[in-house]
Design a protein around this ligand. Structure first.
Ligand SMILES: [Zn+2]
Ligand SMILES: [Zn+2]
Length: 95
C-alpha cells in the first residue's frame, strides 16, 4: 500500500497495532479520519515526484506529503482536507 503522510508535518505515518500514527508528532489518527484519508488519498492519488518543503505552511497532503495551499487543497492531486480541519485541530493534538 502507498504511504500516508501526516497532514500536520508531512512525515510518513507509521502503522502500529492497526493505528496510523505520526511518530514525531505523537499523533494518532482517529478511525474516522483515517478512513477518510485513505479513501480520499490512497485509493486514488498521483505518484509523488519529490517532497517540497516550504516555510510557513502548516498542513500537508496525506497522499503526497507536500505542503497544502492556504485553502488546504493540494497542488499535485488537487484534493482537499478543508472539511476535516476542525476534527484534525480539535481531536488530534500534534507536538
Ligand atoms: Zn506529524
Ligand atoms: Zn496530494
Amino acid at each position: 500500500m502507498k504511504n500516508i503522510y501526516c497532514p500536520k508535518c508531512g512525515n510518513e505515518m507509521k502503522n502500529k497495532n492497526n493505528e496510523l500514527i505520526c511518530e514525531s508528532g505523537k499523533m494518532h489518527l482517529s478511525k474516522i479520519i483515517e478512513k477518510e484519508l485513505l479513501r480520499r488519498f490512497i485509493y486514488e492519488c498521483y505518484p509523488i515526484s519529490e517532497k517540497i518543503h516550504e516555510k510557513g505552511h502548516k498542513w500537508y497532503c496525506p497522499g503526497c506529503g507536500v505542503p497544502l495551499k492556504k485553502d488546504l487543497s493540494c497542488n499535485l492531486c488537487s484534493k482537499s482536507i478543508a472539511d476535516l480541519k476542525y476534527q484534525l485541530v480539535e481531536f488530534h493534538p500534534h507536538e
